[in-house]
Write a protein that binds this ligand. Structure first.
Ligand SMILES: NC(=O)c1ccc[n+]([C@@H]2O[C@H](COP(=O)([O-])OP(=O)(O)OC[C@H]3O[C@@H](n4cnc5c(N)ncnc54)[C@H](OP(=O)(O)O)[C@@H]3O)[C@@H](O)[C@H]2O)c1
Length: 284
């Protein structure tokens, strides 16, 4: 089995990738899409931080920024050790209210800066203007890194044709059935860090026979195999769970390595299958 040097160096949930502006972002984090504001969001974020997670991915759309903020405070972990992402929603892009949306998110989170602020979707005719606002907030020191989400190659090219600052991250749907090889290659060359949303296919990939077989051979769960595949592919990953046992399980992927042959078997599963909306054809 050939193991690349960097795979040995991934030791814990605290390990980071360095974005093109030098900011360090954890490879692994907790997603909180569809996590209820209140006790559910509070407990899942607190459980994750207790388990060693240092990165939390929320969005204005998720309507749980208040609870995420409360969990951050109650966690007892110093703010500078955490990496908090939120996103500007489409209606705020259309209404020219990106700045207000950012301020609202900050107030809800109870923070005075976020680590990463993302353009949630490439809203046609709007995202370039949105990007200018993000660039200004970044230059003013209100955000440590700025990025996009659901951008295809052509969206990135279009954005970069006018951008003063290149996005540091592109968060997209990405899992073994939607491996996005061209987009990953493009982003690698542009030094834009790729981040996977729905890494577990929103829970639908966990019974996949090939993944189950690899999982059995390592005495690990299917979820752990997928998340380890992300890391070995240098993909930032943010699985969501509201169950403490699964939050712990998902983060427990630093004590084994997928072989080249395991990686190839998983790479071969790609069928360009989306569970979420298509960035070239969405109606929200
Ligand atoms: N930028 C975007 O447009 C966008 C879109 C979607 C998502 N996201 C982000 O990406 C994050 C992750 O994506 P996602 O939440 O859609 O899907 P996901 O992380 O692929 O899957 C979450 C589902 O898998 C289940 N699950 C998690 N760990 C498990 C385990 N070890 N065993 C069995 N089931 C498990 C969860 O159930 P339980 O909670 O019941 O454990 C939940 O139903 C989101 O939370 C959000 O932060 C971003």
């Amino acid at each position: 089995m050939i193991i690349k040097k960097e795979e040995y160096s991934l030791k814990s949930l605290h390990d980071t990738t360095t974005l093109h502006n030098g900011v360090k972002m954890p490879w692994f984090g907790l997603g909180v899409y569809k996590v209820q504001e209140g006790e559910e969001a509070l407990q899942s974020v607190k459980s994750a931080i207790k388990a060693g997670y240092r990165s939390i991915d929320t969005a204005a759309l998720y309507e749980n920024e208040d609870s995420v903020g409360q969990a951050i405070k109650e966690s007892g972990v110093p703010r500078e050790e955490l990496f908090i992402t939120t996103k500007v929603w489409n209606s705020d892009q259309r209404n020219d209210s990106v700045l207000e949306a950012f301020e609202t998110s900050l107030v809800k989170l109870g923070l005075d800066y976020v680590d990463l602020y993302l353009v949630h979707w490439p809203v046609k005719g709007e995202y370039k203007q949105t990007w200018k606002v993000l660039e200004k907030l970044y230059k003013d020191g209100r955000i440590r890194a700025i990025g996009v989400s659901n951008f295809n190659i052509h969206h990135l090219e279009d954005l970069m044709s006018m951008a003063e600052i290149k996005p540091m991250v592109n968060q997209v749907e990405l899992h073994p059935l939607l491996a996005q090889p061209e987009l990953r290659d493009f982003c690698r060359k542009q030094e834009i860090q790729i981040e996977a949303w729905a890494p577990l296919g929103q829970g639908r990939l966990l019974e996949h026979p090939v993944l189950k077989e690899i999982a059995a051979s390592h005495n690990k769960s299917t979820a752990q195999i997928i998340l380890r595949w992300d890391l070995q592919n240098e993909i930032v990953t943010i699985p969501k769970s509201v169950k403490e046992s699964r939050i712990i399980e998902n983060g427990n992927i630093f004590d084994f390595v997928l072989s080249e042959s395991d990686m190839e078997k998983i790479n071969a599963l790609n069928e360009n299958k989306r569970y979420g909306a298509d960035p070239d054809n969405f109606n929200f």
